[in-house]
Ligand binder design. Structure first.
Ligand code: GRF
Length: 210
């Protein structure tokens, strides 16, 4: 029987999380719609003041913060400000759910093995911002979704979970991404629940699920 947040609450390992999102926020919505996760979303942070993700947070009654992206030259200052917003919320974990900025080493060091990212390919294939487009360009027959811990590289940290998605010959970026997102919205809440409940351990590059 799977653990539930309620079952572990007394003396358990429950942590709150901050969700970082730059865009539409459908993955954030999947987290909001998951009863075991929603009470543990302490804040939603965006670099984009117009991100629909912020409206989703507002509608759910979750505090929102905007930290505008100042440009690559100031990535460290940006990361310090975002880390400050996370810590002020009380969150001990971070979920990058369509966050289009790369955080610096200082940010990663503040939340060791507590930062998850969701990526629309089967890593290590197709890291970076154009994963769906690149998978199609390579005519792969199978792609998918990866949830991984964030390290200093781009989409290179220890893999927590993956789900395959078949590529059809007639797929466009939009149709393939839509099917990938259906899987994202199933996978991410399950893994975030495990993070909240302290059920993910990292040994080298291997993530052990307890
Ligand atoms: C997702 O496809 C995710 O894999 C990628 O960015 C997209 C965000 O979508 N990192 P949304 O904002 O959650 O709808």
């Amino acid at each position: 029987m799977p653990y539930t947040a309620a079952a572990l609450a007394p003396g358990g390992h429950l942590i709150d999380i901050a969700v970082l999102a730059s865009g539409s926020g459908t993955n954030l919505q999947a987290l909001i719609d998951t009863p075991a996760v929603r009470p543990h979303v302490a804040v939603v942070i965006s670099d984009n003041p117009d991100a629909p993700a912020l409206q989703r947070a507002r509608d759910a009654g979750i505090p929102q913060r905007v930290v505008p992206w100042p440009g690559r030259a100031d990535r460290d200052a940006f990361s310090v400000e975002v880390a400050g917003a996370v810590e002020e919320s009380g969150a001990k974990g971070v979920v990058l759910a369509g966050f289009m900025r790369i955080v610096s080493k200082s940010f990663i060091d503040r939340f060791p093995h507590r930062i998850l990212n969701i990526h629309p390919s089967l890593l290590p294939a197709f890291p970076g911002a154009n994963a769906v487009e690149n998978a199609l360009a390579h005519s792969v027959k199978l792609t998918g979704v990866t949830v991984h811990f964030v390290d200093e590289g781009v989409d290179s940290g220890p893999i927590v979970a993956q789900v395959p998605v078949v590529v059809f010959p007639e797929d466009t970026i939009a149709t393939l991404h839509r099917r990938i997102q259906i899987e994202e919205h199933r996978l991410l809440p399950a893994i975030v629940e495990a993070l909240i409940e302290g059920r993910l351990d990292v040994v080298g590059r291997t993530v052990v699920h307890r």
